[in-house]
Every structure is written in structure tokens, then in C-alpha cells.
Design a binder for this molecule. Structure first.
Ligand code: FES
Length: 203
């Protein structure tokens, strides 16, 4: 009966991905920001299912905007962080479970630091909660009282309440997720093209 049953997990993952994609567009619309055009010249659906890399044009992704792509059947969030959002990250370390992302599998070895990215302003992460796999919602607003007045923006998983910052790092306290959101292997083909699925060391 419940969509949380084991048998429904695949469909739930798919559904929550679509929900995330929809909510992202909704957030962008709510703050009066145009949803960016994101051109991609991806392989066929069959090739994507087999795990082929996905190229994403981020040339028109403005600061504060996020888009969702699909890679290996998983949602990948690509967020263009603002200078203010980047400045907030090191201030949060004492509030997080794993501020340096030391848990194996959290990110590729060439990803370092609190921004967890190759280029600080562009954050690439798999949009699946590390608790039970729901898709966290993008909540960039500051001081949201439903969380607390110190909320500086991040990702919120409504399934069981896990909260992550804008580097996908999970907050200590009530968040049931114990691991940060996972950064996939990726690289840049050029300044405006992210290649998801091909790591920097082999690009
Ligand atoms: S799946 Fe995200 S908090 Fe449980």
C-alpha cells in the first residue's frame, strides 16, 4: 500500500526524480529567474541506460540557478553557486557530520575542499539522499523558519528530514542520512561543457 515498500522502490526513485526536477523549475520560477536553457547532445536512451557519459552545456546557467540531468538513471544536480553561497560553506563545518567528506565513495579523489567541486562556483552532485534514496529538494532560500532561522540554503530531503548544505554535506542533529550527497565522476570538455561520467584524471 505504501509507496515506501521495497517493491515500489524503483518507481519511487523515478517518481522522486521527476518531483525534484519539477520542484527545481518551480523554485526558479518562484524567484523570478528564467529557467536556463541547457543544451545537451546526449547519446541515445539506450546508451544512457548503459552508462554512457552525459555532456551538459552550462554556458547559460546563471549564479543561483540549478538544472537536473540524468546519468545512469540517476538525477544529477548542477548548481551555479553565488559568491555569497560559497563564502558560507566553511562557516558550516562545525554543524556537519562529515565536513571534509572523508567517507569512502563520497566523491572522486580529485575533488577536494569544502566546495567539493572542480570549479568552485559549479557544483555537480547526484541528487539522491544517502539515507534511503529519495531526491532532496533544492532550497536555496536563507533563513527558512521551517528549518531554522540560521538556514543558509541547501538541499532538504522531505522523506525523513535530512538536511544538506549547498555542497551536499549533511547536517548533524536530526538528519538520518550519515553520508554526504555523492559527487559523481565528471570533467570539463571546455569552459561551458560538463561531462558527467568521465573523471578528470582520464578526460
Ligand atoms: S531518504 Fe532522505 S531522509 Fe530518508
Amino acid at each position: 500500500m505504501s509507496s515506501d515498500s521495497a517493491d515500489g522502490s524503483v518507481n519511487r526513485t523515478r517518481r522522486t526524480f521527476l518531483t525534484a526536477a519539477t520542484s527545481v523549475v518551480g523554485v526558479a520560477g518562484a524567484v523570478g529567474v528564467m529557467t536556463p536553457f541547457v543544451g545537451s547532445w546526449n547519446p541515445s536512451a539506450k546508451a544512457k541506460a548503459a552508462g554512457a557519459p552525459v555532456k551538459v552545456d552550462i554556458g547559460k546557467l546563471e549564479p543561483g540557478q540549478m538544472v537536473v540531468e540524468e546519468w545512469r538513471g540517476k538525477p544529477v544536480y548542477i548548481l551555479h553557486r553565488t559568491e555569497a553561497q560559497l563564502a558560507e560553506l566553511p562557516l558550516l563545518n562545525s554543524s556537519l557530520k562529515d565536513p571534509d567528506s572523508t567517507i569512502e565513495g563520497s566523491q572522486p579523489p580529485y575533488i577536494k575542499g569544502v566546495d567539493r567541486s572542480i570549479r568552485p562556483e559549479i557544483f555537480v552532485v547526484i541528487g539522491l539522499c544517502t539515507h534511503l534514496g529519495c531526491a532532496p529538494k533544492f532550497r536555496p532560500e536563507v533563513g527558512v523558519t521551517e528549518f531554522n532561522s540560521d538556514w543558509g540554503g541547501g538541499f532538504f530531503c522531505p522523506c525523513h528530514g535530512s538536511m544538506f548544505d549547498l555542497s551536499g554535506r549533511v547536517f548533524a542533529g536530526t538528519s538520518p542520512a550519515s553520508q554526504n550527497l555523492v559527487v559523481p565522476p565528471y570533467s570539463y570538455e571546455d569552459k561551458n561543457v560538463v561531462v558527467i561520467g568521465v573523471g578528470e584524471e582520464v578526460a
